[in-house]
Design a protein around this ligand. Sequence first.
Ligand code: MRU
Length: 344
Amino acid sequence: MDGPTVKMINQPLLPHRFEITDLPTYRDTARAIKVMTVRGAGAIGGTAGYAMAQAALEARDAHFGEDMALAAEIVSATRPTAQNLFYAVRRVLRAIEAEGSDVPKARQAAVAEAQAIADDDAACCEAIGRHGAELIQDGFRLSTHCNAGWLAFVDWGSALSPMFVAHRQGKKLFVFVDETKPRGQGARLTAWELLQEGIDHAIICDNATGHYMRTGQIDMVIVGSDRIAANGDVANKIGTYSSAVVAKANGIPFYVAAPTTTIDPDCPSGNDIPIEERDQDEVRKTWGWSDDGEFLAVRTAPEGSPARNPAFDVTPAEYVAGIITEKGIVPATPEGIASVARKD
Ligand code: MRU
């Protein structure tokens, strides 16, 4: 945040163009979450915290409570699945409430809390990297789905953080990167992050993962999560469930990495996690850069065909070998989740 302006990487332009977007108001920042200028659970949470801080700076003195309640509603309505978003909104509101009716202090508290949420996220992800790296042996061939690296968080990432740490420890790794249709977070973002980190990898079509698992070419899967239910069920990018089932069928350990801010203790099971349904055209079109440097969307499906586009799916706890959190690796069971779940 620079004064009242939030600055962020414009992720849909990656990997071909690196641009920073300025978001002067909280409504601009909320819109950036909605249209996925920023995406990934931790990055969405960090951004939501800053949107709430901007709202506190913009709110009218005489209508402060009312304006903040509206801002909380607008920010919370941007995307339904990532628990980190709701966690961040709640944390900033609580920090404001603690200042009672002192509006200038409430504004300061909101900005400080947004910064604290972002700092916590980076620290959690760094710890996830340290714990997760212990699972990775020299020479491992890993698989991941979607993007749960530093772009999806404030820093480090969740699923990719153990790979970054293991690589820095000198272990040799190879990562199979699921392309992650329809928005291509794997091909566009995870591959780009692994390139920057110097980690060997190959992008594969989502439907090639099973082939590499069955033929013994994958030793371990690590994915991120957008929300973890109290019973250990895990919501993550659409396609995760299929990868988990095939991994189990082939005896491959399937780990989920997430900060405890992703746990929703009020969600009894995966069936209670709201699954976002996005625009049909994300499936019917594809987009990217032409050789002439133009950013283009091209239609791949027939004009008249409808499409369905769930953005996430739920992997039942029984498929998950463990949850790598900043507090350590816990089983995906009600007891395991309760042992690390936050009280805030
Ligand atoms: O729709 P997105 O890109 O916001 O999806 C979220 C994700 O990046 C993934 O589901 C990820 O694996 C877990 S969140 C870092």
